[in-house]
Design a protein around this ligand. Structure first.
Ligand SMILES: Cc1ncc(COP(=O)(O)O)c(C=O)c1O
Length: 449
């Protein structure tokens, strides 16, 4: 039997992979082939690069399998899934101290990237309405943020033609400072993005101090700049472990908050959330009332069809853990992160930049005065044992700084942390024999997470 597109391949012996074969294969064969090929993927539990959930309880996985066919947009056919989504938004609005949670608006998304796009779009539209109402031009919007923002904000600015005003890193300041943020704001600023839990080193940005500086700017100049908090990770950590830290809707200037359900929201990949403090923060003309699939519903999303299983799983996690459960899970991750950071610091050749005491995430670098090798050598050697610990270069103005970063997630235990430290300690004598870094110049060290 020959395949349609490439008669040179004998389908009986070799299955085509890049075009359709002429005939079907039995399900068991197809399953085994795909299953076997995926053996080459990394081991998710040893992946200390990703923020995304790699372990869930079996009942959650079962629920997700039961919901595999549900399309979250089809709220008429799956009204109870839609109800669970609404409950999740309400839970987040309460958790993030919306002044009147019943008036907060929000939705699920595919992840924080989509949520950030929606947050940014609302800021932009709100700004342009205000400009037009004041008879002022609305053609040159800008957004102020630190150089440490995740790439989704660069995308937002690029896709929606907003000028990014980036505050570079300086010395030992690796995230946004209030003074530097305010210095870049003017009447064309649609908002400031404050990141709760920097992707680069796990540090929290000082949201309250940024808000206070913007209050002062408004008092001085009349320029009123809202804040969007990118809480992709931290918005599901701080409410449980840093209750006294004021970063959320308790600050009047915070217009919207996003988080990734699939990061410290503890759900498998595919779900994010955004919440606006009230209806005024989400201009009505961005919301589409779609009459489709048998119902009339308001939607504000970049996607239409999307799996419902992750939303259901998010509700499961909220129901299952409650406040005490979240505190225990996130607390354990932070405990493991801080202890692991301490152990790595004690090894000698490394300098910690952060300690895992905000997000359970920390960054460290080599001490050039005692090592000839660099962070890329360490990352590569750890990979030989199966550990994925990314090495990357910081953005402007600290492109001279290369770091390793470890993300501790639910499912990464003290035992695994000890094994990692043992492996790292075992590698050091060999690394110490290197005369210099092995990285042949030009290796891609850009950071994409
Ligand atoms: C601060 C921050 N914002 C946004 C994102 C993008 O999130 P997602 O992967 O859920 O789209 C990330 C991902 O790491 C992040 O750390």
């Amino acid at each position: 039997m020959r395949s349609v597109a490439d008669p040179a391949i004998d389908d009986e012996l070799e299955l085509p992979t890049h075009f359709l074969r002429a005939d079907p294969v039995p399900p068991a064969t197809a399953y085994q082939l795909v299953h076997d090929e995926l053996l080459l993927d990394g081991n998710a539990r040893l992946n200390l690069a990703t923020f995304v959930t790699t372990w869930m309880e079996e009942p959650a996985a079962r629920l997700m399998a039961e919901c595999a066919e549900k399309n979250v947009i089809d709220k008429d056919e799956y009204p109870q899934t839609a109800e669970l989504e609404r409950r999740c938004v309400s839970i987040l609005a309460h958790l993030w101290h919306a002044p009147k949670p019943e008036l907060a608006v929000g939705c699920s998304t595919t992840g924080s990237s989509e949520a950030c796009m929606l947050g940014g779009l609302a800021l932009k539209r709100r700004w342009s309405h205000a400009r037009r109402a004041a008879g002022r031009p609305a053609g040159r919007p800008n957004l102020v943020m630190g150089a440490n923002v995740q790439v989704c904000w660069d995308k937002f600015c690029n896709y929606w033609e907003v000028e990014p005003r980036i505050v570079p890193m300086e010395g030992d300041r690796f995230n946004l400072s209030p003074d530097e943020a305010v210095a870049r704001c003017d009447e064309d600023t649609i908002g400031v993005v404050a990141v709760l839990g920097s992707t680069f080193d796990g540090s929290y940005e000082p949201v309250a101090a940024i808000a206070a500086a913007l209050d002062e700017l408004q008092a001085r100049t009349g320029v009123d700049v809202p804040i969007h908090v990118d809480g992709a990770s931290g918005a599901m950590v701080a409410p449980f472990l840093d209750e006294d830290l004021v970063w959320d809707f308790r600050l009047e200037r915070v217009a919207s908050i996003n988080t990734s359900g699939h990061k410290y929201g503890l759900v498998y990949p595919g779900v994010g959330w955004i919440c606006w403090r009230d209806r005024a923060a989400l201009p009505e003309d961005l919301v589409f009332n779609v009459n489709y699939l048998g119902g009339d519903m308001p939607t504000f999303a970049l996607n239409f069809s999307r799996p419902g299983a992750e939303v259901v799983a998010q509700y499961y996690v909220f129901l299952r853990l409650g406040v005490a459960g979240f505190r225990a899970v996130q607390g354990a991750s932070r405990h493991i992160a801080t202890r692991l950071a301490g152990r790595i610091g004690e090894l000698g050749p490394f300098r910690l930049l952060t300690h895992g005491d905000e997000l359970p995430v920390f960054a460290f670098t080599t001490r050039p005065e005692v090592t000839a090798y660099d962070v890329f050598d360490v990352s590569r050697r750890l990979r030989e044992r199966g550990w994925l610990v990314p090495a990357y270069t910081f953005p402007a103005n600290r492109t001279d700084l290369d770091v390793l970063r470890i993300v501790v997630r639910n499912g990464f235990t003290h035992d695994l942390a000890e094994l990692l430290v043992d492996d790292l300690a075992r590698l050091l004598p060999e690394l110490a024999r290197q005369a210099g870094p092995l990285r042949a110049g030009g290796a891609d060290s850009a950071f994409h997470h």
